[in-house]
Write a protein that binds this ligand. Structure first.
Ligand SMILES: [Zn+2]
Ligand SMILES: [Zn+2]
Length: 182
């Protein structure tokens, strides 16, 4: 059958060379994809962990098991990037700070700021300003801890001024002799 025979060989060669080219192109494409996966995994793990062992492990996983390794890495990688973890730590700190700055009125439990001197709802006194330096003191404090001014002289304690301690003479290189014991 010469009519079927004349281009069968040529067709086969053309198909086989096309398959070779296609296989080469697919191989090159896959190689590029493989390299891109490794580079992506390397950059991703670097953004998520400073642990050099985790970085090597992630790159090896993706490099040695091309597609499955990437899926495994996506399942196991740290949830937050380092930048996200840092941002969240800052947010939590700011939240804690704002909670610390607030308090409640002891009588009506209205939320009051730390520098309120009375509750705006029930007028309960919360703080008193120091008459000397003006900083806010707790109501039960008799002495300003900032400037030392006594707001109310306490009757139980003598108000005599505290004498400054006598300066101790320091002699360099000579140990002072102990006081004589009678
Ligand atoms: Zn109140
Ligand atoms: Zn004061």
């Amino acid at each position: 059958m010469p009519s079927f025979d004349f281009d069968f060989q040529g067709l086969f060669e053309r198909v086989s060379s096309f398959l070779q080219v296609a296989a080469l192109a697919l191989g090159a494409l896959f190689a590029a994809f493989w390299v891109a996966m490794i580079v992506w995994a390397y950059r991703d793990i670097r953004a998520r962990s400073r642990d050099i062992f985790a970085q090597i492990l992630a790159v090896l996983l993706v490099a040695l098991i091309p597609v499955i390794g990437l899926l495994l890495y996506l399942l196991m990688r740290p949830k937050d990037t380092l930048a996200e973890a840092y941002d969240r730590a800052l947010e939590e700190e700011a939240l804690l700070q704002s909670l610390e700055d607030r308090a409640n009125c002891p009588k009506c439990h209205t939320r009051v700021e730390k520098d309120f001197i009375l509750c705006p709802v029930c007028y309960t006194g919360l703080k008193k300003p120091c008459v000397e330096c003006g900083r806010l003191l707790a109501l039960e404090w008799d002495v300003c801890p900032y400037c030392g001014h006594a707001s109310q002289p306490a009757p139980a304690q003598p108000t005599q001024p505290v004498a400054a301690p006598a300066p101790v003479p320091v002699t360099v290189g000579v140990t002072p002799s102990p006081p004589p014991t009678a």
